[in-house]
Every structure is written in C-alpha cells, then in structure tokens.
Design a protein around this ligand. Structure first.
Ligand SMILES: Cc1cc2nc3c(=O)[nH]c(=O)nc-3n(C[C@H](O)[C@H](O)[C@H](O)COP(=O)(O)OP(=O)(O)OC[C@H]3O[C@@H](n4cnc5c(N)ncnc54)[C@H](O)[C@@H]3O)c2cc1C
Length: 474
C-alpha cells in the first residue's frame, strides 16, 4: 500500500501540541513519558512518509487517547486521532478507581478530590457511612473530565499521534473489508466555526467515539440498550463544600431512580449531582428534581453552573470487531451495571486493543492483523479479565435496585464490614473479590434477613409515569 503523505497533519499536530501544552500547564507529561518521551521526538522527526499503515482513532476520550498513545509509541504506523471538540467536557460523575492512577500514570494534580467516605442513603433516608475499611493511602479519585481527557489526549499527541479537530460524519467500508477505509469528516482545525468537508484513507479504525458511535454504525456492530444519565454541576458555599471534602453520596429509592442510583460527587470547587435510568428515561428530570430534594440543605442555595446529560450503554455491542474496525470504551458497551462505571474500562480497553494489535503486527512482520486475530487476542483477553465483573454487577443491580424493599436491604447490608471491604477492594482494584467462605455464608443469611426487613419497612414503589419504556429493553 502507498505510503501516506502527512506534512500538513504534522503541522496541525505541532500546533495542537503547542496549544495543548499551554492549556494543560499543570499537567505537563509526567513520569510516564520518562525516557520514552525523547524517543517520540525522533520518531516524529523520522517522518510518517516511511510508515506503511495509517490507524485512525475516532474519539479523543479516555478510550481513544489511551489507544492512540500505544499506536503512536509503536512507531511503524501513522496514528491519527479525530476529536470533534478538543475541550469537550464529557457529562460524567468523574469517579475513578485508585488502580487507574498508578496503571495509567496519572499525576495526582488531575485528582480534584480524594473520596474516603461514601454515604449510602436508603429510600427511608437511613444513612450508612462506608469507608472505615480503607487504608490511609486508599481513595476514590474524583476528576473533571475536561481535565482528565485533555491530559490523556495531550499525552498521546506528545507521543506522536496526529490530532484532527474533526467530526467524523461517515465511514466508507470497502467490500469485504479488503482495502482501505475512507473517513469523511468536517475539519474544524484552526478554530473554524464552520467545518470543511475532508476525507482520509486509513488501514485500521478504532471506534472510541462513545455511546453514539459512528464507527459502530458503519461496521454494523448492532445496538445496545442504554440508560440516560443527567447531572447538574452545582457551586455550593464554602460551608457546604466542606461537608463534601472527602465525601461522596449515593441515594437509592424509586423517587430518584427506578433502576439506578442518584449521586452527589465532590469536584474541585463544586459538586456534581445526578441520576440515571434505563426503564423510565422520559422521567429523568423528575428524578433529578427528587435528587435535589433528597440532598436538601447540603446543596440548598447552590448555583447550577452546568447541566449535562448523556446515554450510558447497558451492555456490550453484539459485534465489537468487524474486519479491521475495532470498538473500545462506551462505543463497545463497556460500562458496568449497578455502579455505572466506564472511565477505567474505556482507558483499559483502548490500551488493550492497541497493545494487542501492535503485538499482532510485530508478529506478522508488520502486516495488518485479521478480524479473527484481533478477536482471539483483544476480545478474548478483555472478556477473560472483566466479564465476571459485568456479570456480578448486573446481577446485583437486578436484585438490589428493583424495588424499595431491596434498596433498603442494600443500604442495611452496607453496614457490614465484610461487605464494605469486598465492595471497596473490587472497585478500587478491579477484581471480583470475596474469598472468605465463612463470611460469604454469613452474608447470604444476612442478605435474606435484610431483604425481609427492607420489604417490611420501605414504602412500595410508585407506578412508572411511562410504563411503555420498561418494555423497550433489548
Ligand atoms: C452522567 C454520567 C455520569 C457518569 N459517571 C461516571 C463515573 O463517575 N465514573 C465512571 O467511571 N464512569 C462514569 N460514566 C461513564 C463514563 O463517562 C464513560 O464510560 C466514559 O466516558 C467512556 O469513555 P470513552 O472514551 O469510551 O467515550 P467518551 O468519553 O464518550 O468519549 C468519546 C469522545 O469521542 C468524541 N466523538 C464522538 N463522536 C465523534 C465523531 N463522530 N467524530 C469525532 N469525535 C467524536 C466525543 O467528543 C468524545 O470526546 C458516567 C456517564 C454519564 C453519562
């Protein structure tokens, strides 16, 4: 295949890198870069005229940035990262597990707040504090996505990925996936308000473009069901902010969500208050109103500085690899039920997919990998590592978020030290925990007791305002 000409893209890359470094000041590429960072300069100056293949990463969130970073370091492919909005603030609670900080070498300056206490609040407003089992150095990280995403994307650019400020509008797939893919996009480079239609031929595409993925559509990846999540960022006064310094709150009850939870998460100088639902999406505003009411005096008088909403995938797409088109992150459907967590899985899947593709290319003497090779590596390894987590959390959501009695039981159970330890360890370190048979049996009986008590004390759920929605689950 013909080598790609990339003088123009390199000029754009350098312009973005310069602008980005200026805007991410406090987050200059960290220890992660280390000695590799000098390699990137020589790689970039070696020129992409010599490179045989071009990889397009569509989407510059955590999944796209973490994929692009790996391809860029490989050096034998030209890596292009398309992002429709370079200062995008993805609607998100921004909670990340501790293991992500080390694994992705995130500087601590990215973390707005270190949450060491969670308050679980039941339908009858019973409060249970959890966090006593945490060690002094353990915490849940709270980030603003505009900061995290900017940092990760900048790091990929520093390693040599070429950024394009463009909205991908169409992807032309060659017959049988033989030959090059054509990406059609609106280019907004140079802070243009109106995009210019452009096209680019590429050899492999990573779809990291989130829940409304165009790449998924182009490769006929199939649909997934989704929740709608709504969030308001609220600037509260100093006294109110003090309450949330190291505290996050989780509210359950059919008033705040019929199948999920509402949250108050602390950020740098404000709190994020939100909720989500899959089975009654049209009522999301009502649930948000109830969330504000439940948080009450703790956020009263606060100024809403941002309102945001976005779909959250409920499960994997039916197809995650077709030809040389590969989905990662939300585009693939990697958000856990019950906790609604997706940032870590996005970053991890992006990195894992890219690492496996690079390893295949090295093993193939530089040739592009086939669909089955990618499935046998990236997909097989991802599922081996994380499918049990998705299954367990799906089950927990079905059992404990289904009615007020079960939600009441869920909060009561969180009082158990064993439950707290298992929950935190599973979340912070991304491993399904629970290997103490005696405690597990006690937990089983405790759960039954809690469910019976919860059913007796909690108010019954009200009927949905839109029962038709609940039938739409895929
Ligand atoms: C309200 C809410 C709260 C959440 N809270 C949490 C939480 O606290 N913790 C957690 O772990 N997860 C949370 N999630 C889930 C989390 O936000 C996602 O799982 C995560 O953002 C997925 O990352 P991604 O890189 O796959 O996709 P995204 O973050 O969605 O990134 C996709 C990127 O692609 C770009 N893009 C999209 N289409 C195109 C196109 N056609 N052309 C060019 N660029 C394109 C977008 O601008 C975006 O930057 C929450 C989600 C919501 C909606």
């Amino acid at each position: 295949m013909a080598p790609h000409s990339c003088n123009r893209s390199r000029a754009v890359a350098l312009a973005f890198a310069t602008a980005g470094v200026a805007s991410t000041h406090a987050f200059a590429p960290s220890a992660f870069a280390g000695s590799k960072m000098s390699a990137r300069h020589s790689r970039r100056s070696a020129g992409c005229m010599d490179m045989k293949y071009r990889v397009a990463v569509v989407g510059g969130g955590p999944s796209g940035a973490c994929a692009a970073e790996i391809f860029a370091q490989y050096g034998d492919v030209e890596t292009v990262i398309f992002e429709r909005k370079m200062d995008n603030a993805k609607p998100c609670g921004g909670a990340i597990p501790l293991c992500m900080v080390d694994e992705f070498k995130l500087p601590e300056t990215l973390i707005d707040r270190k949450v060491r206490r969670m308050k679980m609040i039941s339908p009858t407003n019973r409060e249970v504090d959890i966090g006593d089992t945490l060690k002094p150095n353990e915490y849940i990280g709270m980030v603003r996505r505009e900061i995290l995403d900017g940092y990760l994307r900048e790091r990929a650019i520093e390693f040599g990925a070429t950024p394009i400020n463009g909205l991908v509008t169409n992807i032309e797939v060659p017959e049988g996936h033989n030959g090059k893919y054509k990406i059609v996009y609106q280019n907004y480079d140079g802070a243009k308000k109106v995009g210019t239609k452009e096209e680019m031929e590429v050899d492999l595409i990573v779809g990291a473009d989130g829940a409304n993925s165009r790449v998924a559509k182009a490769m006929d990846a199939g649909e997934y069901n989704y929740a709608i999540a709504f969030q308001e960022r609220i600037r509260v006064n100093d006294e109110q902010m003090k309450v949330y310094e190291e505290l996050a709150e989780m509210y359950v009850g059919d008033d705040v969500s019929p199948d999920f939870y509402g949250w108050v998460f602390p950020k740098y100088d404000h709190v994020a208050v939100g909720t989500g639902t899959v089975i009654n999406r049209p009522a999301i505003q009502e649930y948000q109103k109830a969330m504000r009411a439940r948080a009450g005096a703790k956020i009263e008088g606060g100024k809403i500085i941002k309102i945001e909403a976005h779909p959250i995938p409920e499960h994997y797409r039916p197809r995650r690899v077709v030809g040389r088109m590969v989905l990662v992150g939300d585009a693939a459907g990697y958000v856990t039920k019950c906790s609604g967590e997706g940032i870590y899985f996005a970053a991890k899947s992006g990195r894992m997919a890219a690492e496996e593709i690079v390893a295949l290319m090295k093993a193939n003497n530089g040739a592009l990998p086939t669909e089955s090779q990618i499935k046998d590596t990236y997909i097989a390894k991802y599922d081996k590592a994380y499918k049990p987590t998705y299954i367990v959390l799906d089950l927990l959501q079905r059992v404990f978020y289904s009615n007020n009695g079960a939600r009441e039981a869920f909060v009561e159970m969180c009082d158990s030290e064993y439950v707290q330890k298992v929950t935190f360890d599973s979340y912070l370190y991304k491993k399904v925990q629970g290997n103490n048979p005696v405690e597990d049996i006690k937990l089983l009986f405790g759960t039954i007791g809690s469910l019976i008590r919860g059913a007796a004390t909690a108010p019954p759920d009200r009927p949905f305002s839109n029962p038709v929605e609940s039938l739409k689950r895929l």
